[in-house]
Write a protein that binds this ligand. Structure first.
Ligand SMILES: Nc1nc2c(ncn2[C@@H]2O[C@H](COP(=O)(O)OP(=O)(O)OP(=O)(O)O)[C@@H](O)[C@H]2O)c(=O)[nH]1
Ligand SMILES: [Mg+2]
Length: 293
């Protein structure tokens, strides 16, 4: 009999959730950045072995929302907690304090699924610090999402919480999201890498046209920002920065899709889109049913 179910990866911004999802699936599905709040909606990865299928939800970091986009991010994460058969609570072990998920995320009630505590980034700690964590949190899994250390043991424990079930997806599937979604995310990630301060939070990306019938594959995409000044920063002197972003994003897309791609990349201003529900919907962010508190 096979086992299958939902494994939700949750925790604070920048804890390494997306890095862990990519490690588990063995493919770079979720964008990773050193800037917090890089994941905005649930990213679904699928891992199938001989008798276990895990549907893994990577979620936005749980934080106190201040504007509409953050409300959408939080509700996406909280929904994914409700759907879970088992939750991996990822904590950045280099930060010192380890809170329980309910407290760290400000949840009103304890999630109903079992929670496994995952202390990540142990590669960045010295042996004494690792020993101390082990003594303080004997039930936790100490891992490094970057090196893969401890991840197999973690997956073995997670699998034990999945119900008996036929597989939910074909065995060779690694995600439920569309290519368009991944392309938009790869462009957004590339833009994040090039930007400082507040600008990254103002960036959204939309794929307007995707022509697989052409060779190279033709993709027209728009990077949206909130202000004219940000548009200037993204385009750069004589358009150099936008060309750099376009070239690097194209390389990522080509390696992900295994085809050659012509990326036609534009920048547009959509004033204050992060605060407008209509704009959020347009970019595919899900809105909470009732305003979150
Ligand atoms: N040293 C070390 N760094 C890590 C590890 N896992 C993640 N990081 C780094 O931590 C930063 C954040 O990683 P992400 O995977 O984007 O974190 P996240 O939890 O998905 O962040 P949000 O989506 O913004 O909530 C990146 O710079 C990663 O390279 C790890 O095991 N060791
Ligand atoms: Mg993330």
């Amino acid at each position: 009999m096979t086992h299958a179910g939902i494994v939700t990866v949750a925790g604070k911004p920048n804890a390494g959730k997306s890095t862990l999802l990519n490690r588990i699936v063995g493919e770079k599905l979720a964008i990773v950045s050193s800037k917090p709040q890089s994941t905005r909606d649930r990213v679904v990865g699928i891992r199938t072995t001989a008798d276990v299928q895990m549907v893994i939800y990577d979620t936005p970091g749980l934080l106190n929302p201040r504007y509409a986009l953050q409300r959408a991010m939080r509700s996406s994460a909280v929904e994914a907690l409700d759907d879970a058969d088992v939750i991996l609570h990822v904590v950045d072990a280099t930060e010192g304090t380890v809170m329980d998920l309910q407290e760290a995320a400000g949840l009103e009630r304890r999630p109903s699924a079992p929670v496994i505590l995952v202390l990540n980034k142990v590669d960045a700690l010295d042996a004494a610090a690792v020993e101390r964590l082990r003594a303080e949190h004997p039930q936790a899994h100490l891992i490094s999402a970057v090196t893969g250390k401890g991840v197999d043991a973690l997956l073995q424990e997670a699998a034990q919480h999945l119900p008996e079930s036929p597989f939910l997806y074909p065995e060779d599937e690694i995600s439920t999201q569309t290519l368009r979604f991944f392309v938009a995310e790869m462009i957004r990630e590339t833009a994040l890498e090039q930007l400082q301060d507040e600008v990254p939070y103002s960036v959204a990306c939309e794929v307007e046209e995707y022509r697989e019938d052409r060779s190279p594959v033709y993709i027209r995409a728009v990077i949206y920002v909130e202000r004219d000044s940000q548009k200037g920063i993204l385009i750069g002197a004589k358009g150099q920065r936008l060309r750099d972003i376009g070239r690097q994003a194209r390389l990522k897309i080509e390696s992900f899709t295994d085809t050659s791609v012509y990326l036609d990349l534009w920048v547009k201003v959509l004033p204050n889109w992060r605060r407008h529900e209509a704009s959020l919907k347009r970019f595919g962010y899900r809105l909470p049913e009732t305003p979150a508190t």
